[in-house]
Structure formats: C-alpha cells, structure tokens
Write a protein that binds this ligand. Structure first.
Ligand code: ADP
Ligand code: NI
Length: 221
C-alpha cells in the first residue's frame, strides 16, 4: 500500500474532527479544537516535541471528553475510530491515545501532571483556551448549555478532591473560575505556555472583580 505523508494524515484527521464537532454549542466546537491545535503547534515547536503526535492528539483531544454525551474516557472509541479510518499505525495510535487521556482537568485537588513532553504540550494548549477572554466566553457558553446559573452568592466554590465529585458538580459558572480557571496559570507545564498565560490570567482576574463589583453595587460611579 502506498504510504501517505504526515501532512496528509493530519489533514484527513482534521476534516473528520471538524465534522464531529461542527454542531457543538458547549464551547467545544471546531474552533476550540482549531485554536488548541494552533497553540499546540506553537508550544510544541518551542519545546522540540514530536509534532505528529502533538498535532493528532490536539485534534482528537475532545472527541471522547467526559463532558460530552456517551463519552468513554478509558477506551476513547471516537478518537480511535478516526485514527483507524485514517490508517494510522498501531504504535502511533497508542501514543496519541495515551496523550489524550492525560489532557483533561479533573478537579482542583486532583493531580493531572502528564508523563510525556507531548502530553504536557497538548494539556497546556487546551488549558490556555480555557482562560483569558476566550476562556470567559467558553465558561458561560458551557454553563448556559448545562442550565447553570451565572452566579449565586449563596453558593461558595468547591475545591473538588476527586474526579467523580468534579464530574457531578452543578455549581454556578462564576464558581468555576475559583474551582479551575484561576488555578490553571500555575499548573502549566511549559515555559512557552506560562508566558502566554500571563495576560490571559490577569484579564480574568479583572473580569471577576468587575463582575462582583457590579453584583454588589460597590463599583464607583
Ligand atoms: P478540560 O477537559 O480540561 O475540562 P475542555 O477543553 O473540555 O478542557 O474545556 C473545558 C471547558 O468547559 C472550559 O472552557 C470550561 O470553562 C468549561 N467548563 C467545564 N466545567 C465547567 C463548569 N462547571 N462551569 C462552567 N464552565 C465549565
Ligand atoms: Ni479541549
């Protein structure tokens, strides 16, 4: 069988991933994947990572996410099927699935340190897209899609210590900033991502301060 180039594999995978995420309205649409893919390329090149593994894992990282309907985070059937349909050989397929399993945030008190450079890169790229102006927009889009309140002053944040607890949380979206988004800056793995996080993090801090000021009517006239 004629062998196909890495670029062609990436292109074929990207087109299947785009079709899969096209209808999403939870902040996990194709453009989230596209941004994570771009960020992962930028960070991965700086870190001298294996770029074929990085690009494929970035593209496929949310196809079996626990927040999606019928997800299976252990076997990753959707990502596996795309890789098999694109004739990706078994060692590369296993490598990419191993990276994907290490990407997701699992609760404030749960250690999710990746074990390979490539997983560090993809996890950082995904986390950068959860913070800053885009992160704010995605958090409220996700919250709306799950019928969550914007904020509720009677409900404090919950620093989940297990993935099971984090998964079943139904908290308001402003709490999510304390439970996850504001923690991410200090949990990034690579210097390139840490640099990109600085302005995104301070923008979120300003947003939360402004939001609570408006809520409590203590903003200056
Ligand atoms: P991860 O797998 O690490 O959760 P994703 O790419 O799936 O990363 O992105 C998660 C997105 O979903 C983020 O933008 C995040 O703000 C949003 N999200 C997850 N849980 C909540 C929640 N409880 N409230 C609001 N937004 C949430
Ligand atoms: Ni993601």
């Amino acid at each position: 069988m004629e062998s196909i180039s890495s670029d062609e594999v990436i292109k074929n995978v990207a087109s299947k991933v785009k079709a899969f995420h096209d209808d999403d309205t939870t902040g996990h649409d194709w453009w989230h994947i596209w941004r994570v893919w771009n960020l992962a390329r930028r960070i991965g090149e700086r870190e001298d990572a294996n770029m074929l593994q990085v690009e494929l894992a970035a593209l496929l990282h949310d196809m079996d996410d626990h927040k999606m309907a019928h997800s299976d985070g252990e076997n990753l059937p959707n990502a596996r099927k795309v890789l098999l349909d694109c004739n990706v050989e078994h060692t590369l397929l296993d490598g990419v699935l191993t990276i994907i399993k290490q990407v997701s945030f699992k609760g404030a008190g749960v250690d999710t340190t990746p074990t390979s450079l490539e997983a560090c890169v993809v996890q950082d790229a995904d986390r950068l897209d959860a913070i800053g102006a885009i992160g704010i927009a995605r958090a409220f889009a996700y919250g709306g899609s799950k019928h969550r309140e914007l904020y509720n002053p009677n409900e404090g944040p919950n620093m989940h210590s297990t993935f099971a607890e984090y998964k079943k949380s139904k908290g308001n979206t402003l709490n999510h900033f304390y439970e996850k988004l504001l923690l991410l800056k200090d949990r990034l793995n690579t210097p390139a991502a840490q640099e990109l996080a600085i302005s995104r993090h301070s923008y979120m801090l300003g947003f939360v301060e402004q939001f609570l000021g408006e809520w409590n009517l203590d903003d200056k006239p």
